[in-house]
Design a protein around this ligand. Structure first.
Ligand code: ZN
Length: 517
């Protein structure tokens, strides 16, 4: 989501920090889960089952305050443990007793309970806090999106630090209750179902409930003046649909509504590909932020209004809703597994194009392949392990989708669609790795797929034509520019060169949505 220039500079310090704290004999929980891309994200020693966030937010001052009650189970004996958090804390209790706490590292809240916690025990942590999130920078940056009428938390991979303390890694999913008190006339939006709304003394409390396990970065909070519709619309298949639009979208409003109002229909379409929708509610909201991206926040997708500046775009809705299966229900195990999210969400856009008669997935694969000459450094980015700096590089999406097309061509239509549907069922509400996917696809198809997937996901350079591309190899025009599709060179194009699919520009418009420069 952001250019990650500061991380390399701090990597050495982070690695030192991530060493197990073995000083003395005190059993300290590690300050990170050891993700190779982000060593100090998440924490060791416990597993969270539920977050209860009871907050108050004042849009006029950007003041956020409240109480987080975190239910967890220890996985080690803990004399001390960490949460990930950037805001100022007033008080911490562990199992009802005052605990000592300190802000350490870049985004760590270090907590020392009155007495050490035994392994395998349920623990309740209460954190009281108050701060102005837009003023809190981590790595020189704040993930809190301030708007004229409020604020929004929606970012990847780090979004939670500016609004609630957490074990911030997708491997520790939990259910959420988010209840936010805001001035009358202002709305608060979070994930799941709106289970309560009541006004008192000039303030209105909105209570949201996410009953399915949710990764911390997929939790979202938006406060502002919205047209909120949680009034009982459902998809044709019966999934409740919740939408919200800022009342300040200006000329982007019509295109935003013309896209996001298709949520129900698109959810039902994707269910025909991926199996039953995995959550209790589906929806999308468009706040008046200045970003250019969308994010698959669970059951309640975040859309920047600028995505719709060039007109409606159902392709972006398809992408974010596909993530509800590929990324949200089935979460990555390590951030290097990002292809399992983005390769499939992009491929879902290709399938939608096929469904809408705007170009088949094969035609999109042929065009994507031909648009990038072999010498383009773009082919050096590996979708199967892009590195933290390139985690949201366009190659993760486009070459990632080419890998999915190569899989489809290798295993055939029947096995391919069994895999596409079976994978989200096999790992529903869990976590999985790239190796897990390969093993699953090999089991369903009965074919060895290691060499093929390696060539598309883990080998630098452009793979030979014929696996992801049409059986009749198409040659990219040798005169093609590095980044532009060869439309301007039609006179020099071989007769067999692919044509630009109708859906191409709308799909490309969603690329920018993922690169917030
Ligand atoms: Zn995506």
């Amino acid at each position: 989501m952001r250019t990650r220039l500061t991380l390399a500079a701090t990597a050495a310090a982070v690695l030192l920090l991530a060493q197990p704290a073995t000083a003395g004999s005190a059993p300290f929980g590690a300050p990170g889960v050891g993700d190779p891309y982000y060593p100090d994200y998440g924490n060791g020693g416990y597993d969270v089952s539920h977050y209860d966030l009871r907050l108050t937010y004042q849009p006029a001052t950007d003041q956020l305050s409240g109480t987080a009650t975190i239910l967890a189970t220890t996985t080690e004996t803990l004399a001390r443990f960490n949460l990930d958090f950037a805001l100022a804390v007033q008080e911490v209790q562990v199992n009802g007793r005052q605990a000592r706490f300190a802000a350490t590292g870049d985004h760590e809240l270090e907590i020392t309970p009155a007495t050490p916690l035994a392994k395998g025990k349920k623990v309740t942590v209460v954190v009281r806090y108050a701060d102005v999130p837009s003023t809190k920078k981590v790595y020189g940056w704040t993930g809190w999106l301030r708007t004229p009428d409020g604020g929004v938390a929606a970012n990847e991979p780090e979004g939670s630090w500016w609004w609630y303390p957490s074990n911030d890694h997708p491997t520790d999913k939990a259910t959420f209750d988010v209840s936010v008190n805001v001035p009358d006339g202002t709305q608060a939006i979070s994930n799941g179902a709106l289970v309560g709304q009541s006004s008192k003394l000039g303030w209105t409390r909105y209570s949201w409930r996410q009953t399915s396990p949710q990764a911390t970065y997929l939790a979202t909070l938006a406060v502002g003046k919205f047209d909120l519709d949680a009034g009982g619309n459902t998809t044709a298949a019966g999934v409740p649909v919740i939408t919200a639009y800022s009342r300040d979208l200006g000329e982007n409003e019509s295109a935003a509504r013309a896209s996001v109002e298709r949520t129900g229909e698109i959810t039902d379409y994707l269910a025909t590909l991926f199996g039953p929708y995995p959550f209790a509610t589906v929806g999308g909201y468009v706040p008046n932020t200045q970003t250019r991206y969308a994010l698959e926040t669970q059951g309640q997708v975040y859309y920047s209004p600028k995505i719709f500046a060039a007109g409606s775009n159902t392709s972006i809705v398809v992408h974010e809703l596909a993530h509800q299966w590929y990324g949200d229900s089935v979460s990555l195990e390590r951030w290097s597994d990002i292809w399992l999210n983005e390769g499939f969400a992009r491929y879902a856009q290709w399938l939608w194009s096929e469904h809408e008669g705007e170009g088949t997935a094969q035609e999109l694969a042929d065009w994507t392949y031909a648009s990038r000459p072999a010498e383009d450094p773009w082919w050096q980015v590996l979708p199967g392990d892009p590195g933290p700096d390139n985690q949201f590089h366009s190659a993760v999406y486009d070459r990632g989708a080419l890998a999915v097309q190569a899989l489809r061509n290798a295993v055939g239509e029947q096995a391919f669609f069994r895999i596409l549907r079976g994978w989200p069922t096999e790992h529903r509400h869990g976590n999985a790795t790239l190796a897990d996917f390969r093993a699953y696809a090999e089991r369903i198809s009965g074919k060895p797929l290691g060499a093929l997937l390696d060539s598309w996901l883990l080998t630098p350079g452009r793979p030979a034509p014929g696996t992801a591309t049409s059986p009749t190899p198409t040659t990219a025009p040798t005169t093609a520019l590095t980044t532009a599709p060869p439309t301007a060179r039609s006179g020099l194009r071989p007769a067999t060169a692919p044509q630009e699919p109708k859906s191409w520009q709308k799909i490309k418009a969603t690329d920018e949505a993922h690169h917030d420069h």
